[in-house]
Design a protein around this ligand. Structure first.
Ligand SMILES: Nc1nc2c(ncn2[C@@H]2O[C@H](COP(=O)(O)OP(=O)(O)OP(=O)(O)O)[C@@H](O)[C@H]2O)c(=O)[nH]1
Ligand SMILES: [Zn+2]
Length: 350
């Protein structure tokens, strides 16, 4: 059974669902610090009261000011309050895409405002309340859940990842279309407005974890993480695309054919696969969650540049990542250059 998500205090788990969560909303050039500020102010026609609430330092204060003037509430407030709430909750999420990602990532859990004080907007504390706010939030969620980029991945959780180069923050996502688990490793605080140094790294168990010298993956992974830490900030997307999308066991079959003389492209084709089965469209969801719109991309692979560009990410610069050439991957690197278009210096693959 899917458990209910109960929220109340903005600083607690799922607090972003509360109207008391700070989330600036701009309406006709006026910036409301929270949906609570806006909702409380709409109770009054008197502009001076509206302004007092607008300028309240906190949502709690906005609520208290509104109580102080309770006698001056609009006559029709009870009839219109539902529409006002629906409007401002929708705007809150429309204008705060990070919150929208979090909202959509709650999937199909029932959302409940767990309030002992309120049995209209909330659940009344004992579950008997109408939970009208929860219902509005679920309607808003349904609307955005179908829209890109929110429909691409669901964020699950985040934790620290200390490494030999520095401590990254690791974010876990589920790709909606396939159910695959992907990671984002974030180092430092990428500056908004500036391109972020990123790498899209396709999973390669043999290279990344088992020290294989058949490919260049493990060496590239290490260098990419080092480069990010040296720069002070950046993001590595670790993508569940083992074997260029054919999976680990099929990659072993492909390696077997390569042991017998096939190159990396021929081996895939003999197994009935395209040379490269990867699709990067969902990366836009992860980058949107992290608020990244323009990037310096560490890659030698022109397909990755095109995939991001096609998905609305501005690739400002390509950073080469030529690492780990050795006698065992010489043929592999040459084939990538000749058949897959990888951009290597002649020196690197000679
Ligand atoms: N099918 C198949 N996959 C391979 C082979 N060697 C490595 N891979 C996979 O290829 C992916 C890495 O892709 P690469 O083409 O090396 O490099 P790239 O990531 O596309 O491009 P760069 O950004 O330049 O590194 C990983 O998923 C590996 O598991 C192989 O011989 N056959
Ligand atoms: Zn590899």
């Amino acid at each position: 059974m899917v458990e209910d998500i109960k929220f109340y205090e903005p600083e607690d788990n799922h607090g972003f669902l509360s109207n008391f969560a700070l989330s600036p909303i701009t309406l006709s050039d006026v910036v409301w610090p929270s949906s609570e500020h806006y909702y409380q102010a709409q109770k009054f026609t008197d502009l001076s009261i509206q302004n007092k609430i607008l300028n309240a330092k906190t949502p709690d204060e906005a609520f208290k000011i509104s109580r102080d003037f309770a006698e001056q509430e609009k006559d029709d407030w009870m009839e219109v309050r539902g529409a006002v709430m629906r409007f401002i909750v929708f705007e809150k999420f429309r204008q705060n895409t990070y919150f929208t990602h979090l909202l959509v990532s709650t999937g199909d859990h029932v959302l409940k405002e767990h309030s002992h004080k309120d049995d209209y907007w909330g659940d009344g504390g004992d579950g008997s309340g109408r939970n009208e706010l929860g219902k509005i939030l679920m309607d808003v969620r349904e609307y955005f859940a179908k829209k890109e980029p929110f429909n691409l991945v669901h964020f699950v959780d985040s934790a620290k990842l200390p490494t030999q180069w520095g401590t990254f923050q690791m974010y876990g996502f589920i790709e909606v279309k396939t159910g695959k688990e992907h990671l984002a490793l974030v180092y430092g605080q990428p500056t908004s407005g500036e391109p972020t140094l990123i790498r899209l790294h396709s999973e390669c168990l043999t290279g990344d974890a088992l020290f294989s010298q058949r490919c260049d993956c493990g060496f590239q992974l290490a260098r990419a993480m080092e480069n990010i830490v040296k720069k002070g900030s950046g993001v590595l997307l670790y993508l569940k695309q083992e074997g260029r999308g054919i999976g680990l066991i099929n990659k072993i079959r492909a390696y077997h054919l390569q042991d017998e003389g096939a190159d990396t492209v021929e081996a895939n084709e003999r197994l009935g696969f395209a040379a490269d089965m990867r699709d990067y469209a969902f990366c836009r969801g992860m980058l949107s969650f992290l608020n990244i719109e323009s990037v310096s991309l560490m890659t030698n692979n022109p397909r990755k540049i095109n995939a991001l560009t096609d998905n609305g990410i501005n690739v400002v610069e390509r950073v080469t990542l030529q690492e780990g050439n050795n006698p065992f991957n010489e043929g592999y690197l040459k084939t990538k250059s000749a058949k897959l278009g990888h951009m290597f210096d002649a020196e690197f693959i000679k």
